[in-house]
Design a protein around this ligand. Sequence first.
Ligand code: PMM
Length: 267
Amino acid sequence: MGVVNVTPDSFSDGGRFHETDAAIAHGLALHADGADILDIGGESTRPGATRPLVEEELARVIPVITALAGAGAVVSVDTMRAAVATAALEAGATIVNDVSGGLADPAMLDLVAARGTTYVAMHWRAHADEMRDFTTYDDGVVTGVRDELAQRVAAMSAAGIEPGQVVLDPGLGFAKQGAQNWRLLKGLHALTDLGFPLLVGASRKSFLGTLLAGPDGAARPVDGREAANTALGVLLAQRGVWGLRVHDVRATRDALAVWQAMEGETT
Ligand code: PMM
C-alpha cells in the first residue's frame, strides 16, 4: 500500500504533495512502482495535529481519488469520517482505511456494513492531539492491543460487517511509545490469532528514527529511515502480514523480490 498524504502537515511527507496535481502525480508514480493499493489521506495524524474541517478534508482527497481510481489504481481512503468515506467510495475508492477502527465516527461501521467494502480497522485510542496521554497498557501492549481490536471486531460484527471485509492494523505510533512498537511487532502473532489479515504501517515512524539514533542520541531524520523500514517489511511479509503501508513502494517491492528470488525455484 503506497501512501499519498494530501496534507500540509504530515510528519513524513508534510506539504510536499499538498497540491492536487502533485498528489496525483505522486500516486501515479507509486502505482507504476508496483503499489497494489494507493492510500489517499487528507487528515494528518501526526502526534499533536489538529483536525481539518470535513469540507477541507473532502477538497483534499476527492479530486485525487477520482483521478487515481480513474487511472486504474485500487484506492483506499484514509479517513475517520463516514461522510468522507461515502464521498470517496462514490469517487472510486474501494477500501476504507479508518485509523480509529470506527471509534471516531459512530456512523462509520454502518456505512461500511451497508457498502460491503474492505475495511482496515486500526488500533486507536484517541485523536492525535491527545494520544500521547494514552500509552498505558495494564496487561502489556500486546494483550491490550489484541483485546481492544477484538472489541472493535465485535462492534463491526454487531453492525453487520462480514468477517471477509475486515483487515486489522496494530497502529504503530498511535498511543504507543517507542519500545511498545517493537513489543507489538514481536508479538504480532497474538493479533494474527484473531483470524484477520494484518496491515502494518511502520514507514518513516519515529520508533525507527530512535532505533537508528546517532552517537549524540538524536533520532535519525525521517528521510534516513527507509532501509530499516524495508528490512522490517521483509520480516513482516515472511511472518504472513497481508499488507505493508509504505511511502517508498519501489524499495519495498525490490526487497520483496529479493526474498521471493531466494525462496523460489532456482533455474
Ligand atoms: N499511519 C498513518 C496514517 N494512516 N493507516 C493505517 N492503516 N496504518 C497506519 O499505521 C497509519 C495509517 C500515519 O503515518 P503517515 O503520516 O506517514 O501517513
